[in-house]
Design a protein around this ligand. Sequence first.
Ligand code: TXA
Ligand code: MG
Length: 319
Amino acid sequence: MHNKNNTQKAAHIIANGGLVAFPTETVYGLGANALNAEAVAKIFALKERPSFDPLIVHIDTFDWLEKLTKNTAPEIIPFLEHFMPGPLTVVLEKSDIVPPIVTSGLNTVGIRMPNNDIARELIRLSGCPIAAPSANKFGQLSPSSAAHVRKQLPNVDYILDGGNTQVGIESTIITFNDKECTLLRPGIITPEEITKYLPEGYTFTTKKIESIIAPGLLQSHYSPKKPLFIFDTLPENFPPHSGLILHKTMETPIVERCIFTSHTGNLVEVAAQLFSSLHTMEDDNSVEHIYIQAVAENGLGVAIMDRMKKAAFQYKPAP
Ligand code: TXA
Ligand code: MG
């Protein structure tokens, strides 16, 4: 488990161009020195991630935001200070110190200040911003524990164990285009909250920007290795070897395994347990297919359904 020496050791690895998986409040990240192109290249190799998918740069102070970006409108700084540290990533124009490999050649960079003491201590001790995608193999389930990381990336230089992550799904991603703020990926910070704190004269939109190619926005992503199906109404019976994931206590048909992400339909609990419940089903040899209950698509439910639909996409029965 976590202690100060482990963070020191991890920081030493980062500072020397190695890779460290570390906890954030959302999911575990696979980190490297963001200013060292060679170190960042190792992330793409270990994750088997296509090079056209840009990475998020993690920082511990606003000084780094200033150094890593340029032409940031001063009026959005108080807005960012309200949400950072926290589960929000903001895409801004990048400065010249950010190597192109980090941003896949885009002239923008995603910046995030995690609300996790271990993560920020790691960044501080490393002495550099840390580029990190989620610590999973490309296209597979995101990790919400050190064990999830170990399963997919056993060859990482070091795993800094900080227990289970709190939020459970990846950060909300936004970008700014003049006075328009655009949602690129839904998360626990909802459009309602963002709109509330936008500077005077700014508008908010969820419409996708066509020019940004980023697999985080692809239809299929975050998938378990077994077929996954989403249902609205609980079927009366399931085929043999079914795993069932529910978000509220209810009478259940007979299945191989049943997991409750929440007993009351509390969406914060559902988000926190979503990937973890899918990992458990993926690891259970007696389960052959997974059925997961849908949630209402408003508020935090939008981000939860986004992850669920992407996880289930490739398993859709042919129309
Ligand atoms: O919560 C999180 O954001 C986690 C933790 C580790 O911080 N990280 C994470 O990273 O989810 P990743 O690589 O799995 O997803 C990052 C996504 C990319 O797929 C892409 O969609 C978007 O962030 N992104 C990064 N930089 C971008 C940029 N310059 N323009 C547009 N999208 C960008
Ligand atoms: Mg990811």
